[in-house]
Design a binder for this molecule. Structure first.
Ligand code: SAH
Length: 257
């Protein structure tokens, strides 16, 4: 496809991919939190089959590969992220433990009851929390685990500015008890739920973006789409610092009944 024929939408998509490819993680999280969630999963052996859905460049997959027995398949829609994922795996000599493939989370090619564990950090919102839990369940063995992170409200009520921002970005955002009830309703025992520590946002997600934003604006000087995209990211960051008492990411871990 040549450049002239690209729609604004496709250009956006490429810009966003490029921006996030410079980051170790494409969503809030940290090695400590990944390991904490993994500590609730007790069915893994060296033969375990694990899927990391919406794996990005593999920040959390590397931590899993270093600490969990079994083989991890990372799936992401964006080929650039999967290239980086597999490059990262090779550079850490983890290529036998984690393999990235391009694919979509709404059209997974696993067999029924194939998986011991489904992992997904900061990505299930792309299909929707409830839909993802329901649709992915068939790929798990009975007694298999699912561990996902999802943006959630901490309180029943919150200021209108932050309510409006998130309801526009992700209308399925809900309170923790409602998310847990959805997990139970989808056929899992809710094994554990915990809020990701603030440094998952500040230290691991927002801080590394500062340098990327600067370089990005220099590279795309005068490009309105790039400028608007960076402005949006900065706005989201400011809102987080202002309203972090009201929302955050939450790990939900369930076991298939
Ligand atoms: N798990 C990573 C990335 C989270 S960002 C981390 O925590 O760092 C969300 C990821 O979901 C992105 O990498 C994006 O490319 C991927 N994604 C978006 N829609 C998808 C889809 N339909 N199928 C698979 N992956 C998708």
């Amino acid at each position: 496809m040549d450049h002239e024929n690209k729609s604004i939408h496709e250009f956006d998509f490429q810009l966003i991919c490029e921006y996030f490819s410079h980051l170790e993680r494409q969503g809030p999280g940290s090695p400590d939190v990944t390991l904490k969630a993994l500590s609730f999963v007790d069915n893994l052996t060296e033969h375990a089959a694990i899927a990391d859905i919406g794996c990005g460049t593999g920040g959390q997959t590397i931590v899993l590969a270093q600490h969990a027995p079994g083989m991890i398949t990372g799936i992401d829609l964006f080929p650039l992220f999967i290239d980086l994922f597999n490059r990262n795996a090779r550079s850490l000599n983890l290529q036998e433990k984690m393999k990235g493939v391009v694919g979509s989370m709404d059209n997974l090619s696993f067999h029924e009851e194939e998986l011991d564990l489904i992992w997904s950090e900061g990505a299930i919102y792309n299909i929707g929390f409830e839909k993802g839990l329901n649709e992915w369940r068939k790929f798990l063995k009975t007694g298999g685990y699912i561990a996902v992170t999802e943006a959630s409200w901490f309180t029943e009520k919150r200021p209108v500015e932050i309510e409006d921002f998130w309801m526009d970005a992700y209308p399925e955002m809900d309170t923790i008890p409602n998310k847990v009830a959805q997990m139970q309703g989808a056929g899992y025992i809710p094994v554990a739920t915990f809020i990701l520590s603030e440094n998952c946002w500040t230290e691991y997600f927002y801080a590394p973006q500062k340098a990327v934003q600067k370089a990005f604006l220099e590279k795309y000087a005068g490009n309105k789409t790039a400028e608007q995209f960076v402005a949006y990211q900065r706005h989201e960051t400011q809102l987080y610092f202002k309203y972090k008492a009201y929302y955050g990411y939450v790990f939900y871990i369930g076991r298939k009944i």
